[in-house]
Write a protein that binds this ligand. Sequence first.
Ligand code: ADP
Length: 267
Amino acid sequence: LRPAGRDRRRSRVSGDPPALVEFSNVRKSYGPTLAVAGVSLAVGDGEFVALVGASGSGKSTLLKTVNRLIDPTAGAVRFAGDNVEGLPLAALRRQIGYVFQSVGLFPHMTVGENIAIGPRLVGERLAGERIARLLELVDLKPEMADRLPDELSGGQRQRVGVARALANEPRLLLMDEPFGALDPITRDALGDRVRALHGEFGLTTVMVTHDMAEALLLADRVLVMDAGKVVADETPHALLSGAGGAIAQGLVAVPRAQADRLAELAR
Ligand code: ADP
């Protein structure tokens, strides 16, 4: 992996890409728990954004307000300018690929059928060549299409999850701890693959991760969440130069200390 971060300004200014996703004072409470405590920010078209923070800081809840797996208690989320609550759910979701840690493949369906499920839900049939092409994009052989999910390794299943998310040719890719359950080598390779696909297809990507190293290596922009709020919004370069405040720097300190210790051991 190499740092993908380009130098983006901290705040969006004119000349930045137009926003694809906009959160306006988004709040979500579960009874007494305020999971998201007022988030306002815009994700520009083409950005690769990582949402980082401790477990329970509200990352997953915020992400799911975009494809309406969760509706906010207050505030609004806009996708390409439209309030998502006013859009037909199928029309919204067909523009948004969603990858999550447990993958969620249907066990009784083949890999090919799993990949084609999104288009099928909107009445379209994916051609065999298209399924083969999607498998190829995630470095799997076309023959995999006939296998059942049980016959795949965890890494192969997650690759299928990515292929499925791309089947509808989405504009936006949402990923919730997508690589969390994978071994480090598979994780690294699949992270690189996703970053390449993001560029190749001009996607906008928002990835939830608790791993700051992964965020720094893959994203253009890192949002740090704490107790339901976004407490830092920086480029990887700025974070590595000390920006973002105490909570962000606490998260950056972990991979930095590991890198220092490894360098020490190699001496
Ligand atoms: P993260 O993704 O950063 O781990 P979450 O968005 O999953 O955080 O959770 C934020 C907070 O909301 C946590 O305190 C969590 O316990 C709570 N929470 C999340 N989902 C629910 C739910 N369905 N019911 C009740 N509380 C929830």
